[in-house]
Each structure stands twice: as structure tokens, then as C-alpha cells.
Design a protein around this ligand. Structure first.
Ligand SMILES: Nc1ncnc2c1ncn2[C@@H]1O[C@H](COP(=O)(O)OP(=O)(O)OP(=O)(O)O)[C@@H](O)[C@H]1O
Length: 285
């Protein structure tokens, strides 16, 4: 018997435009799809529309012209409960999201609100804190956490609710270089080992694209380029036009490859190979 057809697109965005009440046209003519199990990035400079797009995907912003589908259903016709059961949005500033007195209580809010019994709340929270390496901080006051730890607790709160899709607004912003790397490592693990579909907004071009499967580049509310990072980061001039640049590693490869007469012109390493090597190295840890 033939397998039934399963559409692997989880979020489908077809926007004609979105205008804020003050007249700012934040998004226009924007079409993209997020596939099941994908780790996708929305890359763009300040004000390009990344946050607006994530809020539209999460059903927080309405009043746009166009259509956004979640597993084939129009998000505007879904009950918020049915959106939040599948999709969780992590805000850019963790202080906008965390409100309980300590780490455990904060991560427990969602499952309790869903009506889970206390033993299940406990097991969900413990598993979620373990996935973000925050188990040892369960009893710690939220206000005593570092910025990076707060970001991890935000993610744990959503994982405890069992979200299959995470939308993250600038998850690496404000973190030091090691914190940025650890955050990307955490998201890669959630995506690879737990099957969480991830969409993250970012303007960090260096480390981030190495981990992502797909990149969508926004400029002034429009999608200007999309595809695998190795295909997107091939045209430095085009990126400069949208106030972005090549990642340092890609810039180096690009320059070495274009130096006439140097043996580097046959350099085998591409950003795709660099990405595979990093992900492979991480899985061996
Ligand atoms: N509540 C609002 N009212 C009016 N205009 C808004 C509002 N929120 C955002 N905008 C405008 O919409 C555009 C897109 O903003 P958005 O916050 O989505 O960009 P962004 O890419 O997330 O920026 P950043 O990287 O700085 O966080 C900007 O021109 C911004 O000024």
C-alpha cells in the first residue's frame, strides 16, 4: 500500500504585507516555509522585521494581509491554546519572560497551567532543566541568575510544556563568545536529539550560520535571499547591500580562493564542510 502523503511543512508564511498602526510597513511580499525538524534562521540587520515575523508566526500579531499556516491550519482561525500547545516563542530579553521567584517555579508555570498533576509537573521540569544544563540551579532565585542562565530558563519553560516548535528572538544576543557557542550547541542538541523544529532570529553572522540548515535573509521587511548557509554566503557584495557581511570563516575562504596564483585557489574547505565538521565534533563529545 502507498504511504499516505504527509506535508512536512510546519509553518507556511505567505504575507502580502503587515503595517503597524503608526503606518510603518514592517513586512511585505514575504513567502517562506519551515519544514518539520528544520533548524532555520531569520537573518537581518536592525529593524529588518525579524521580531515582527516571529510574532506573526506565533499568532501574537494579527491584522496582516496574507496567510500564515501552522500544520496546514490558518493561525488566525486557531484558538491561541492550540497554537501555544505546539509553538513557543522565546523573547529577546529574558526579563520580559521570567516572572516566578525561582528557576523551578518558573519552568513549572506552563505545565501547571496546562493542568498537569504535580508529579508530572516535577518530571517535566526536571527533564527540561536537565536539557538546558540548569538542574543545579532549580532552587535559585531568578534575579540572581546571569543573563545567559536566564535565557536557558526561558527555553526550559517552553520545553516543559512540550513545544515541538521553538521560535527564538536573538537567543545569542548579550552572551559572551563561549555563551554564544554553548547556546548554539544547546539548540543544535534540541533540534538533533529531541526533534524540536527551531526558527531563530539573529544578526550574528559569525557562529550562528554554521549551525543552521536554512537561512532566510530579511532586509527592510522583504525576503532578499534564502537557502542553505553555504549557498547564501557566497556573494559578499549582496550581503553588504543589506547591511550584513560574510562570516569571518567564509570571508577568509573567499579571499584565499580569489587570490590569483596562490595554491589556496584550490582550497577544498567550504562553509558547508566546516559546518559538518563542527556538528560532527560536537556529536563526539
Ligand atoms: N509596535 C510598533 N509600532 C510601530 N512600528 C514598529 C513597532 N514594532 C516594530 N516597529 C517597526 O517595524 C520594523 C521592524 O521591526 P522589528 O522589531 O520587527 O525588527 P527586527 O529585525 O527584529 O529589529 P532588531 O534586530 O533591531 O531587533 C522597524 O522599522 C520598527 O521600527
Amino acid at each position: 500500500m502507498k504511504e499516505p502523503f504527509v506535508d512536512q511543512t510546519r509553518i507556511s508564511v505567505n504575507l502580502e504585507s503587515y503595517q503597524y498602526p503608526d503606518g510603518t510597513v514592517a513586512l511585505a511580499d514575504l513567502h517562506l516555509g519551515i519544514a518539520r525538524g528544520e533548524f532555520a534562521g531569520i537573518l537581518g540587520s536592525n529593524g529588518s522585521g525579524k521580531t515582527t515575523l516571529l510574532k506573526i508566526m506565533d499568532g501574537l500579531i494579527k491584522g496582516y494581509r496574507g496567510e500564515v499556516l501552522l500544520d496546514g491550519d490558518n493561525v488566525l482561525r486557531l484558538h491561541p491554546r492550540d497554537i501555544y500547545r505546539k509553538v513557543g516563542l522565546v523573547f529577546q530579553n529574558p526579563d520580559d519572560q521570567l516572572f516566578a521567584s525561582n528557576v523551578f517555579e518558573d519552568a513549572a508555570f506552563g505545565p501547571r497551567n496546562m493542568g498537569c498533576a504535580e508529579p508530572e509537573v516535577k518530571s517535566r521540569v526536571e527533564a527540561a532543566l536537565a536539557s538546558v544544563d540548569m538542574s543545579e540551579f532549580a532552587a535559585k532565585g531568578i534575579h540572581n541568575l546571569s543573563y545567559g542562565q536566564k535565557k536557558r530558563v526561558c527555553i526550559a519553560g517552553l520545553l516543559a510544556m512540550g513545544h515541538e516548535i521553538l521560535l527564538l528572538d536573538e537567543p545569542t544576543a548579550g552572551l559572551d563568545p563561549m555563551g554564544e557557542y554553548r547556546m548554539m550547541e544547546l539548540l543544535t542538541r534540541l533540534n538533533r536529539d529531541h526533534g524540536v523544529t527551531i526558527v531563530m532570529a539573529t544578526h550574528s553572522v559569525d557562529l550562528v550560520p554554521i549551525f543552521l540548515h536554512q537561512l532566510h535573509i530579511l532586509s527592510k521587511g522583504r525576503l532578499v535571499r534564502g537557502g542553505a548557509p553555504e549557498d547564501v554566503f557566497t556573494a559578499p557584495e549582496e550581503l553588504a547591500n543589506v547591511k550584513l557581511r560574510l562570516p569571518h570563516i567564509a570571508e577568509l575562504i573567499y579571499q584565499l580562493k580569489h587570490e590569483d596564483g596562490l595554491p589556496f585557489s584550490r582550497l577544498p574547505l567550504t562553509i558547508g564542510e566546516a559546518r559538518r565538521e563542527m556538528v560532527e565534533a560536537m556529536s563526539k563529545k
